[in-house]
Design a protein around this ligand. Structure first.
Ligand SMILES: Cc1ncc(COP(=O)(O)O)c(C=O)c1O
Length: 428
């Protein structure tokens, strides 16, 4: 595609989809339109710029772009199936529900399927309320669970504020503060929800004692512990489920993004067997027309087959090890800029000293040929979530491009005033 065709697309997008996004991306010289995409790379429609994708849409592209095994599963599925009917008993949903139960610990044996992560969180909160008869929901300040109704209510104020008062009975506690959690989570609390590693908060990796204490307190108060694994699940952290690092079993687990294989949207709310009693009484109380589409279920089964393979997880851990070494080297080299490096498997964040350096790094990395995204709830941090299928050579490329991008930070700090710099460029 030539430049004039690209201009036309940008104009159509501006006039019919989002003028604000076009204005923002143009201002910062990041008017990238994904054309070719394959494995760890995305290329602009003009073919002039290629980026190594270190955002992966928060884990949608765990298995890379257009993974051939996932595509094959989807193509085969289209020969015989379609969306199916959410109301009926379904072969594909039965198979996928069973497989998830096998891969989850304890009695996390039941699943309701959805289309988006937000929808899956909404359902988890509905179920917690329906089952416990309690209304109150506690979440983490700076956590992110999506932009739908109840998920939005459990998220940060900045996304809710323009839309009026929050839904009643939602409160937040600071990450890592077990005393605050103990005070807020009481016998009136239906559920406590958190991401295993809160990504938008800046890849804050919790410690074991905190997670264990949270689990214990939820059990004591009869509060359901909902773990959002939309970003952390499916091998991202070096284990199939990130909560496995903490020797805890949640009451519900939310899966999204990567379950789609980047090809067909499907999400899951997995919950412990006792809570199924609620749906036994109300089997048709929650409907999602496209949730658990039969084609999506076939895709998800393939994703699980690949992601649960011990060799695959071993690969993730190996690549994570090399990335950690490279970043340690960069930390020493760029001591003035880098405050720390946060990591659990291939879920990583670079913590800078200055407030807006995470977002300036986004621009600097883009210019260096790498797409990574700052953490909107802590802009000192830039998140790096490369596809889990990255090769050793690609890890070296990420280290090299990170090095180059940090080298550009001084220039960008001078060019863009900190406050208005890349503010809200990606909406979160
Ligand atoms: C941790 C987490 N939970 C939930 C969601 C919401 O998922 P979706 O955008 O599919 O609604 C996201 C999306 O970024 C997320 O990162």
């Amino acid at each position: 595609m030539d430049t004039s065709d690209k201009k036309q697309i940008i104009s159509d997008f501006k006039h019919h989809v989002s003028s604000g996004k076009v204005a923002t991306f143009k201002k910062y010289g990041m008017d990238f339109i994904i054309g070719k995409r394959e494995g760890a790379y995305i290329t602009d429609v003009t073919g002039r710029k290629t980026l190594i994708n270190c955002h992966s849409n928060g884990g949608v592209f765990n298995l890379g772009h257009r993974n051939p095994q996932v595509i094959e599963a989807m193509v085969n599925a289209t020969q015989n199936f379609d969306i199916g009917n959410h109301h009926f008993i379904s072969t594909q949903r039965a198979r996928l529900g069973k497989r998830l139960a096998e891969l989850m610990p304890g009695d996390l044996n039941y699943t309701v399927f959805g289309v988006s992560g937000g929808e899956a969180v909404d359902l988890a909160i509905k179920l917690a309320r329906g089952y416990t008869g309690r209304a109150e929901i506690v979440s983490l300040q700076g956590g992110y669970h999506g932009h739908t109704g109840l998920a939005l209510a459990a998220g940060d104020e900045q996304y809710r504020e323009p839309f009026g008062d929050n839904v009643p009975q939602f409160k937040q506690v600071p990450f890592g503060d077990i005393e605050a959690a103990r005070k807020s989570i009481t016998r009136s609390t239906a559920a406590f929800i958190m991401e295993t590693v809160p990504a938008t908060l800046g890849i804050t990796v919790p410690d074991k004692a905190y997670m264990k204490a949270l689990r214990e307190h939820c059990t004591q108060t009869g509060t359901l512990f909902i773990i959002d694994e939309v970003q952390t699940g499916l091998g991202r952290t070096g284990k199939l489920w990130a909560f496995e690092h903490y020797d805890i079993i949640p009451d519900m687990v939310i899966l999204g993004k990567g379950l789609s294989g980047g090809i067909y949207p499907i999400t899951a709310t997995v919950f412990r067997e006792p809570f199924e009693a609620f749906f036994k009484e109300h089997p048709f109380i929650h409907v999602s027309t496209f949730g658990g589409s039969e084609i999506g279920a076939e895709v998800a089964l393939k994703v699980l087959e690949i992601s649960a393979d011990p060799h695959f997880l071993e690969h993730v851990n190996k690549m994570a090890g090399r990335l950690a070494e490279g970043y340690e080297m960069l930390r020493n080299k760029h001591k003035k800029y880098i405050a720390g490096f946060r990591q659990l498997g291939l879920m990583t964040g670079i913590e800078f000293y200055k407030e807006d350096h995470g977002l300036l790094f986004t621009k600097a990395a883009y210019e260096s040929g790498m797409f990574s995204l700052y953490a909107n709830n802590d802009r000192r941090v830039c998140q790096l979530l490369p596809p889990l299928i990255i090769t050793r050579e690609q890890v070296e490329e990420i280290i090299e491009k990170t090095d180059k991008a940090i080298g550009k930070l001084r220039l960008y700090s001078a060019t863009y005033s900190a406050r208005e710099s890349l503010k809200n460029i990606f909406g979160k």
